[in-house]
Design a protein around this ligand. Sequence first.
Ligand code: SF4
Ligand code: SF4
Length: 344
Amino acid sequence: MECYSLKQSDVPALIDHLGAYGEVIAPHRKGDVSYSFEPVKDSEKVVLEYNRTLLPLKKCFLPPTEKLMDFSLKDMSYKPTEVPIKPAVYFGIHSYEMQSILRLDHSMLSGKAESNYFNRRKKSRFIGVSFSPDEYHFSESVGISIEEMEGFDLYLNKVSDDYQLYIISDKGKDLLKGFDKLIQAEPIHVEGREFNKKIRYHYNRLPRVFQYAYHSKVWAEVAERCVGCGSCNLTCPTCFCFDVNDQVEVTAEDGMRRRSWDSCMLSTFAEVAGGENFREHTLNRTRHRLYRKFKYITDEEGLPWCVGCGRCTAFCPADISMVDIINDLIREDEKAQFHKTVRV
Ligand code: SF4
Ligand code: SF4
């Protein structure tokens, strides 16, 4: 893999250079403590040292709300919304965020591809950047290291005050054509970027823990604190559930259909006609959320459907921690195993 050194002061020039390929989307400061992925208008305003954005990069491929079609009841016709294929560069992306896009690809493109997502994804290029884990990140516990480069075209690793730039793909190499501020370098391994938050077991062992955790008392303890706001799903980069509704004009002749992100933690999510609700209680919804991340899809795909970004914990008003829940389940599982062994 080719490696170059890039001065921090030359990063804005690199961003401007990438703008020749297409729109560049990168992290920006929003308010005092928050960050957001936004189109770059001024490359000096891009922030590469950030912990996490409030909304995940998913918003660029699967927007929070989007119109799917216009329809007319006069002649029973409809016109689907066509999303144009546009080149875009996603710059300054953390490894867990990239992994969430790869998981979304699986959810949205397997079988018959979802066309809007596919068009937005088609000419996308990704430039990764390293990060220093804070008290919420735990991506290493789900198999994603800080320097995981899968999915990226280029990757920037912070070394002292500057960066090492790795060329990962031919597309990445093409992006750099004509950029003359790079100096060939030997890769340097960066020490000391430790994760503070950890799941106690390797993620391969978690489906087994979940197999026996369905009736755990941990769910009731968590449910008692949860206020059911749905923030954990709405900020999650791998959640992809949405609601679809139709809006009809007052003339009752024309209308439009749109979809919006939904959250399985909201009390109405599993409500059906007639008033039945399949997950009426917070306990059922909490348990379902974690089983979706560590059991149901994992059994089929062999990977956790959580990338350890820490958003669901960092933005939870009740301070409910994903890692603490799992470690509590592990502790309970160990106790049960111990009692079984003693009985034998
Ligand atoms: S963010 Fe926290 S309080 Fe809100 S639904 Fe999720 S777990 Fe419950
Ligand atoms: S479940 Fe939480 S930590 Fe895992 S990917 Fe979703 S928001 Fe991030």
